[in-house]
Design a protein around this ligand. Structure first.
Ligand code: ARG
Length: 386
């Protein structure tokens, strides 16, 4: 650790102990202990309370997340002791099971050993559960956002069925060794087939989506330590699926099919066929998750919850970190209270941040940049939304 990291460690300990009402003597004692450890060994390790608080705080600080009202409910699994791919995969299965909870989704994060000079643990998946994408002569089958990662899985020996909804395996890498891949036991994966409350033929599209969004490629920084494998989940906001994953032309691109099913006039923009199809697709997403007993929030409710979060933070005397272009939902943003609200983006720690894609082909890096740039909504960033 260098001086900057030492400073970060000290300021994290001081701020978190103060916010959590610890006595000044205890805070100073811990600061001395951490300083001594860094001086002697070059690093230190977090107590379970520091880890718990650090992870929750990183969520609270994330400028892009609309779902932060629930930051303090985050469940933390401490798996810093696991040093084999097999045991890490096993604990990821447990994370999925806990988070899924039969549909009543629970926000959770699993922490593996932080990065050291000697070793880095990486989960290659962007999310623990995600659909494969295959390039074919007739275009892409599956999720175009997964093409580069799917190639890596195939290279490692995984075989997909080549349906539009093949669940990718977990890919785990320790240090510089070749990563190992693990199919997720199907019984752990909850998925929702999409139906529409009134348009019966909607089901013919054969669309489905998984219940738990669990971002697994971001870095969590707490007090100068860097957790390069720290997958976290929340529940979905409907528009992430309805107004991005299924409707973006660079993703599943379903609006034309839905418009045709609805008998809309696609020969002119002014029929508003895209808008009408978008609304019904989003209605289908909310309806399907709800009728299957799977947690989901609509964008109006999420926006109201975000306003409550902001008030709660301001009342507690804290600044709210916000990035407007990410906080507004991708559908009817002007109909939410976030629209005419002003936010400032500040650098805050602990934080979630992007890290380079570990399978460093140029193509993959470009793919990754595009998915994060198209994005206003590709949604990484926090256990919640977009
Ligand atoms: N937007 C991403 C997706 O559609 C998920 C990002 C995290 N979202 C969340 N609600 N926690 O898969």
């Amino acid at each position: 650790m260098n001086n900057k990291q030492l400073d970060e460690a000290i300021s994290f300990i001081r701020a978190s102990y103060t916010e959590n009402g610890k006595q000044p003597e205890e805070t100073e004692r811990r600061i001395q202990e951490v300083t001594a450890s860094i001086n002697q060994t070059g690093t230190y390790s977090h107590t379970i309370d520091e880890l718990r608080f650090g992870a929750k705080w990183a969520w609270r600080n994330n400028s892009r997340c609309i779902g932060r009202l629930f930051w303090s409910s985050l469940e933390i699994f401490d798996h810093r002791d696991l040093l084999t791919e097999d045991s890490i995969a096993q604990s990821l299965f447990e994370h999925i099971e806990f988070a899924t909870n039969g549909g009543r989704i629970r926000p959770a994060i699993t922490l593996f050993a932080p990065e050291t000079d000697k070793q880095t643990i990486r989960i290659w998946n962007h999310q623990l559960i995600r659909y494969a994408g295959y390039e074919t002569d007739k275009g892409i089958i599956g999720d175009p956002a997964s093409v580069a990662f799917t190639k890596q899985c195939l290279r490692l020996g995984w075989q997909g069925k080549r349906t539009p909804f093949d669940i990718l395996p977990l890919v785990i890498q320790i240090g510089m060794s070749e990563p190992r891949w693990y199919p997720i036991p199907p019984e752990l994966i909850l998925e929702v087939p999409l139906t529409h409350p009134t348009i019966e033929r909607f089901a013919e599209l054969g669309l489905r989506w998984y219940a738990v969004p669990c971002i697994s490629d971001m870095r969590l920084e707490i007090g100068g330590l860097s957790y390069t494998a720290a997958p976290f989940n929340g529940w979905y906001m409907g528009t992430e699926i309805g107004a991005r994953n299924f409707s973006d032309t660079s993703r599943y691109n379903q609006l034309p099919l839905i418009a045709d099913l609805m008998g809309l006039d696609r020969s002119t923009n002014s029929s508003l066929w895209k808008d009408r199809a978008l609304v019904e697709l989003n209605a289908a997403v909310l309806h399907s998750y709800k009728s299957n007993g799977v947690s989901i929030v609509d964008h109006h409710t999420a926006s109201e919850q975000f306003m409550r979060f902001e008030k709660q933070e301001l009342d507690a005397g804290r600044k709210v970190n916000g990035k407007w272009s990410w906080l507004i939902p991708p559908m009817s943003p002007t109909a939410t209270p976030i629209w005419d609200h002003y936010f400032t983006e500040i650098e805050m720690k602990p934080s979630f941040s992007y890290q380079p894609v570990p399978y460093a082909s140029d193509e993959a890096q470009v793919d990754h940049k595009n998915t994060s740039a198209i994005v206003t909504a590709a949604a990484h960033g926090c256990p919640f939304h977009r």
